[in-house]
Ligand binder design. Sequence first.
Ligand code: FES
Length: 110
Amino acid sequence: MKWYVVPNIKQSSEPFIKKVKVGGKNICIVNYQDSLYCVGAICPHAGAELSGGWCKDGKIICPFHRYGYDLQTGKGNPGQNDFIETYPIEVRDGQLYVGIESFWNKVFGK
Ligand code: FES
């Protein structure tokens, strides 16, 4: 897994959902109830931008058809049968870092 600096986003006491491109991937950084999460930027249902959504009960809610995805696991609500990617996120010396596994490492488990 490779760790990438997330540019232009600082930890904040205000909740937010921000889309950024890191390590060649579009992701959403989410600050929800004083915890940071990192999830994929695109809703798997019909391709909406999750950065336009909101958070409720530990889930990110898609703005198009209100599908919900767990911020920690990425698992979709019961009955959706889908999921979004989640990525580890850390704060080091006030700077955000996101860990992204390469495609080949995912496939071959290296
Ligand atoms: S596009 Fe996200 S719920 Fe339909």
